[in-house]
Design a protein around this ligand. Sequence first.
Ligand SMILES: Cc1ncc(COP(=O)(O)O)c(C=O)c1O
Length: 346
Amino acid sequence: MMGLPEKFKSTGTGGGVIQDSASSASLCALLAGRERATKLMSNEKGCDGRLVAYSSTQTHSSVEKAVKIAGIGRRNLRLIEVDDTFALRPDLLVDQIRKDRQAGLIPCYVCATIGTTSSNAIDPLPEIGKICRREGIWLHVDGAMLGTAAVCPEYRYLQDGIEYADSYCFNPHKWMFTNFDCDCFFVADRAALIHTLSILPEYLCNQATESGAVIDYRDWHIPLGRRFRSLKLWFVIRHYGVEGLRTLIRRHVEWGQKFAQWVREDKRFELAVPPPMNLVCFRHVGGDEVNQKIMDRLNQSGKIYLTHTKLKDRLTLRLCVGQTHTEERHVARAWKLIQETAEEVA
Ligand SMILES: Cc1ncc(COP(=O)(O)O)c(C=O)c1O
């Protein structure tokens, strides 16, 4: 359904597991990368301050949280600068890895993103993937929201280069109409993940485990017990069908692009970056203060709730089309409200 590489299937060396969130997936991937780089010795002795992780300045903050939890340390997370589209610059990644190796450090994890939180930027996976493969570094790809677009064959270019990834995740709870929480996490080498997380106390020993008759998903994530999340995802897929999901995704992209066109046509506003898909980053040309006022007033109205970010240090408003019951008229109404509020404020 997603056009993902065969290597993520449990019929080969890989496999998938449903986690609560993309944050947990990034953390599990980081732990596996850490253990692969230290031949399981970080699990035994703890981290010695030499492990290094990499992401872009635009990567979701959950990766920073993961490096703190995993004992890598925030100072050992390298935030690589981005290009004009807010995508990670592979040349700078190469430079940084070289510097770190020269300093005796151990690069163990790169997180690349398909659809960054702030602006939906797409990191160049083929280039990053080749670097990681050459350097033997675990590559995790975070497709939290935008990953869902791959349900449509015409959007699968977004995940070009995913074949280099050691792990990948996307969130059906973001753009696949599934109630929170539900994150699909795939690994190419399940043994690396399982060896990292597996513990077998006496009270968990049983015949099904010993004979290999079951997959023990407790070794694929942090908690022992797990919710039956696959059931709700299955019902969503069964309800819409693959074609139904594609229709919704295509509509959302179309309406996002339509909204962007309305922004372009109103001289009071500008796009902060051309929207690749369904997230539109825009602002009033009057500056941060005006944008803050517009957003506060809109959010206080109770009719719409906009979130913001900073792109190149400028306050930017974000409108994302992706909810289950959103229709074109809601997007049109949102734009009308934004225009009316701009009229009042500026
Ligand atoms: C790109 C990206 N990664 C990760 C996350 C974190 O998602 P979760 O709430 O599933 O941990 C987000 C949330 O907005 C995101 O946009």
